[in-house]
Design a protein around this ligand. Structure first.
Ligand SMILES: [Zn+2]
Length: 287
C-alpha cells in the first residue's frame, strides 16, 4: 500500500540520511526502482512529473500500475507516489487519482500567491492523509538550450511557507535540473544552513541530484536535507546501456529484438544507479 512521505522523511531527518525520489517514465522504470528499493530494504519515493504523467496516459494509469506492482512484486518497504513540480490543477488531479504525496511548485509566483495556493493545498492534502512538498526559490536548469543558474531561496520566505504546515520544503540552494555545467559554483551551504536554522525540524529537499559530487551530497544531508531527487542520472544510464546493446548488434542476434530483451540492459542500469544512490544517501536498511 502506498504511504505518504511524511513519516519516512521525519525518520530520515532524525537519522541523518536522505530518501531518494526517483522519477518514473514507464513500466520498466517503475519495476526497476521498486525492486531495488526492496532489495536494499530502503524507503523510496516514486516521482511523476506532469509530462511523465501525460506520457503514461494519465495519473489514474500511474496509480493503477504502481498499486498493482506493490502487490504483485510483494513490495513491503515504504513507497510514496509523488507528483513532481505540480501545478495547482495537477495537484488536485493527483489527489483525486490516489497519489500519496504531491509537490506544489509555486516558486514562479510572487511569494504572496505561492503562500495562498500552498495554504489551500495544505488543507486538501491533510484531509486525504497525503504529504505536501512546497518550493521556494526556483531550481535552475536547461530550458531551450540555455542553462540557468540555480537561484538561492530567501530563508525568510522559506519560513513563511514552512509555517503553513507543509510536510517538506524544496529550497533553491544553487542546484539545477539536468547536467551541471562545467563552471557550476557548487551548492550554497550558507543558504542551506540559514534555511535549516529558520525551519527547524522540517525535512528539506534537494532537487537536481544528478552530478552533485558525493561530498556535497553528504554535507547537504548533514545540514538537514532528507529527500534527494534523481531523474536525469537514470535516464543517462538507461540510454547508455541501450545504445551499447544496439551497437553490439545484440538486437540482430536470435530474438534480441524482443522488447523484453532489448529493454533489459537499460533496466539493469537503472537498478545499479538507484542502488548506488541509496547507498550514498544512507537509506539502505532504513525501511
Ligand atoms: Zn525538481
Amino acid at each position: 500500500m502506498l504511504v505518504s512521505a511524511t513519516e519516512m522523511l521525519k525518520k530520515a531527518k532524525a537519522g541523518h540520511y536522505a530518501v531518494g525520489q526517483f522519477n518514473i517514465n514507464n513500466l520498466e522504470w517503475t519495476k526497476a526502482i521498486l525492486q531495488t528499493a526492496q532489495e536494499c530494504n530502503s524507503p523510496v519515493i516514486l516521482g511523476v512529473s506532469e509530462g511523465a504523467g501525460k506520457y503514461m496516459t494519465g495519473y489514474k494509469t500511474v496509480v493503477g500500475m504502481v498499486n498493482g506492482m506493490l502487490e504483485e512484486l510483494n513490495i513491503t518497504v515504504p513507497v510514496a507516489l509523488h507528483l513532481d513540480h505540480g501545478s495547482y490543477e495537477g495537484c488536485l488531479k493527483c489527489v483525486e487519482a490516489g497519489f500519496s504525496s504531491i509537490m506544489f511548485d509555486g516558486s514562479h509566483y510572487p511569494i504572496e500567491e505561492n503562500v495562498a495556493k500552498t495554504k489551500e493545498l495544505v488543507k486538501i492534502v491533510a484531509e486525504h492523509g497525503m504529504s505536501l512538498e512546497a518550493e521556494v526559490g526556483s531550481i535552475g536548469g536547461e530550458e531551450d538550450g540555455v542553462i540557468g543558474a540555480g537561484e538561492c531561496a530567501d530563508p525568510k520566505e522559506c519560513k513563511m511557507i514552512a509555517d503553513l504546515g507543509v510536510d517538506f520544503l524544496a529550497a533553491g540552494i544553487g542546484n539545477i535540473h539536468g547536467k551541471y555545467p562545467a563552471n557550476w559554483k557548487g551548492l550554497s551551504f550558507e543558504t542551506l544552513a540559514a534555511v535549516q536554522e529558520l525551519t527547524g525540524e522540517l525535512p528539506l529537499v534537494l532537487h537536481g541530484g544528478t552530478g552533485i559530487p558525493a561530498d556535497q551530497i553528504k554535507k547537504a544531508i548533514d545540514l538537514g536535507v532528507s529527500k534527494i531527487n534523481v531523474n536525469t542520472e537514470c535516464q543517462l544510464a538507461f540510454a547508455d546501456a541501450t545504445r551499447k546493446y544496439i551497437e553490439a548488434g545484440k538486437d540482430l542476434e536470435g530474438k534480441g529484438f524482443d522488447p523484453r530483451k532489448l529493454l533489459a540492459p537499460g533496466a539493469e542500469a537503472i537498478k545499479a544507479t538507484v542502488k548506488e544512490k541509496m547507498e550514498l544517501f544512507g537509506s539502505v536498511n532504513k525501511a
